[in-house]
Design a protein around this ligand. Structure first.
Ligand code: GUN
Ligand code: FE
Length: 471
């Protein structure tokens, strides 16, 4: 049986910010070794049979609906898997009280039977069963929204962090898995804290090894070094994590400059350092493989430092609005030359959908523009937002040239989008996006971005493997 597949129909992508590329044609994918690499593309193909003859290969042809298109899979550059049960639950809190009220109790319950989450429970605590349910669900849910790659924070627990890795690998989502490092007694509760720097490093190494055993190539699954944020970690821990990342050239993820009280706390805890970004830089954590979540309040000097180190930023607009953290100046970050992608930041963010993050990025950018005196240059277009969600994300997770488009040599991490087709009676197959037929494709994409959801995601592939199909 051939391991090749031909995809025929409409292909939409965003090769550059603010540029929507709409093409019809065929793409040949080689699924050998489970990698799913695009072997050949042909944009002059005009039918399934033509595809077979022009690509010169007998292979099954998979076709988009007339009202649909292939789009690169979304990349969620910042998501907390264990926080998924809390989506929408944040009340009126802001970052620091949100962490202690909602987040630490939930995260600890995925590994610690003594978590405060179990105090009111009538059934005996079963952290492993809880982790299994949550992690299975968050992977399926994000896939159903078109997220083909996710950079996950897990919890401090090795066993269930490794379970998240195992499930992502088995279900087939491309994933970076971080065991959360937090060992500073002033800021981490007794029930949810690594005991010491030694324990932090030993547990992190255990998870690194587990991920390496699962996927020795690191292409579909890899560990990512995850100091929660500077206030959570002992300085010695930050240094040793920097050294560990350097030794194996591992990715790093953490939070930066999300909230004004957090920034104040960092100043108090690290008085000898010039800035928040400076703390990470000093400890060897500001590298081209580093994903910094939020970066809402960076100074100009910090932006220059982030750029100089070629570190990346995950913009999480839904979270920044939900927790009242502030407005991230995305256009300015891009103008400085920093690579930016999008993150849902579940559950600071209320939605597991990167399409929702695209919308929120567009909206927040308009508030930024308004606050800058009505500067429409700040406004992100639909194509800018989609670029951040795909090509921008690919740069952020170190997969530039491999993910985010339909060029030869790229991986087939793709979602098939369908839109509603309103007939002459006004009836439609319900997808939330009503297309009357006179809209051009650019406007159809705009309608998808502003009103679309998981009903529009018909099929999802990662590395050429079908990993979600909407029934
Ligand atoms: N800063 C430290 N931990 C967290 C977290 O879990 N979510 C968010 N949004 N910010 C953080
Ligand atoms: Fe976060």
């Amino acid at each position: 049986m051939t391991q090749k597949r031909i995809y025929f129909g409409r292909f939409i992508s965003t090769p550059r910010p603010d540029e929507l590329l709409i093409r019809t044609g065929a793409v040949l994918v080689d699924r050998r070794d489970g990698r799913g690499v695009i072997e050949k593309v042909n944009w002059s193909v005009n039918g399934p049979n033509d595809a077979v003859s022009k690509l010169g290969v007998e292979a099954p042809v998979i076709t988009t609906k007339e009202t649909g298109f292939f789009f690169p899979g979304f990349i969620d550059t910042h998501i907390h898997a264990p926080q998924y049960p809390n989506v929408g639950i944040f009340g009126k809190s802001t970052l620091l009280d949100w962490l202690t009220t909602y987040t630490f109790p939930l995260e600890s319950s995925l590994g610690n039977p003594k978590s405060p989450m179990y105090h009111d429970s009538s059934s005996p605590p079963d952290p492993l069963a809880r982790a299994k349910a949550v992690y299975n669900r968050v992977i399926s849910k994000t896939l159903s929204h078109g997220t083909t790659t996710a950079s996950y924070y897990a919890t401090i627990h090795v066993e269930t962090t490794n379970l998240l890795a195992e499930l992502a690998f088995k279900i087939g989502q491309r994933a970076y898995i971080g065991r959360v490092c937090m060992d500073r007694p002033e800021t981490c509760p007794d029930y949810y804290r690594d005991e010491s720097t030694e324990q932090t490093i030993a547990n992190t190494k255990a998870s690194i090894e587990f991920c390496k055993d699962l996927d020795p190539t690191g292409e579909r699954l890899a560990h990512i070094i995850t100091p929660r944020f500077a206030p959570s970690c002992l300085p010695e821990t930050l240094s040793q994590l920097g050294t560990l990342a350097k030794k194996d050239d591992l990715r790093i993820q953490t939070h930066i400059s999300e909230n004004l009280n957090e920034i104040k706390l960092v100043k108090e805890m690290y008085p000898e350092h010039e800035s928040y970004a400076g703390v990470y830089d000093h400890h060897g954590l500001l590298t081209p493989r580093t994903i910094l979540a939020h970066a809402v309040h960076l100074s100009k000097e910090e932006m220059a430092l982030v750029k100089a180190r070629n570190a990346k930023i995950s913009h999480c607009p839904a979270s920044n609005s939900a927790l009242g953290s502030g407005f991230c100046p995305v256009r300015e970050l891009l103008d400085v030359g920093i690579d930016v992608g999008l993150g849902t930041d579940v559950s600071g963010g209320y939605s597991p959908s990167i399409l929702d993050a695209v919308r929120n990025a567009c909206i927040v950018s308009r508030h930024v523009g308004y606050l800058a005196g009505g500067n429409s240059r700040c406004n992100l277009s639909v194509a800018d937002g989609l670029w951040l969600a795909t090509m921008g994300g690919a740069k952020v997770v170190g997969m530039e040239g491999r993910l985010g488009g339909f060029e030869e040599g790229m991986l087939w991490d793709v979602q098939e989008i369908v839109l509603g087709d309103v007939d002459e009676f006004g009836d439609v197959n319900e997808t939330g996006v009503d297309i009357f037929g006179w809209e051009d494709w650019e406007n159809r994409v705009a309608k998808w971005v502003w009103n679309g959801d998981d009903r529009n995601v018909r099929r999802v592939w990662v590395g050429g493997r079908l990993v979600h199909e909407r029934k």
